[in-house]
Design a protein around this ligand. Sequence first.
Ligand SMILES: CC(C)(COP(=O)(O)OP(=O)(O)OC[C@H]1O[C@@H](n2cnc3c(N)ncnc32)[C@H](O)[C@@H]1OP(=O)(O)O)[C@@H](O)C(=O)NCCC(=O)NCCSC(=O)c1cc(O)c2ccccc2c1O
Length: 122
Amino acid sequence: MDNDVYGHVNNVVYYSWFDTAVNATLIEHGVLDPERSEVIGLVVHTQCHYFAPLAFPQTVQAGVRVAHLGRSSVRYEVGIFADGAERTAAHGHFVHVYVDRATRRPVTALPAGLHTLLESWR
Ligand SMILES: CC(C)(COP(=O)(O)OP(=O)(O)OC[C@H]1O[C@@H](n2cnc3c(N)ncnc32)[C@H](O)[C@@H]1OP(=O)(O)O)[C@@H](O)C(=O)NCCC(=O)NCCSC(=O)c1cc(O)c2ccccc2c1O
């Protein structure tokens, strides 16, 4: 996304990066199909700390780990790095609650393939 009126990437954009980093990786690993999966993750909480500005046309990289794996909920921590940087420009987290696509109620257990992948991100 382009820079805002202050010449940097606006704070709300980082949340979109978090969402993309997590969901794109889940899709790549074949454990999420946003249009067909019986179980989908709804965001119930999100937070971000900003340490250094980023501005277009800088490119960024995201690192993701799982900080908590519950019955239906997962807390992902995401670091945003200016391309090649050693320290994060921002880091934050969000919590997905996995729900049945039809009923939108939390599942009693995560699907096995998803659980195995998320365990490996701890
Ligand atoms: C999601 C809800 C249906 C949950 O209902 P409820 O709150 O009644 O559930 P429980 O009390 O039983 O708790 C279940 C589970 O969640 C944990 N939890 C709940 N709240 C929090 C919280 N604030 N922080 C941390 N954890 C929380 C609780 O501890 C339980 O954990 P267990 O592991 O023990 O099971 C209901 O809350 C709801 O509908 N909320 C609104 C959700 C919403 O509208 N979010 C914004 C839009 S969704 C979105 O942005 C989105 C993002 C994506 O990345 C997607 C990816 C793929 C598909 C869709 C996506 C998507 O829609």
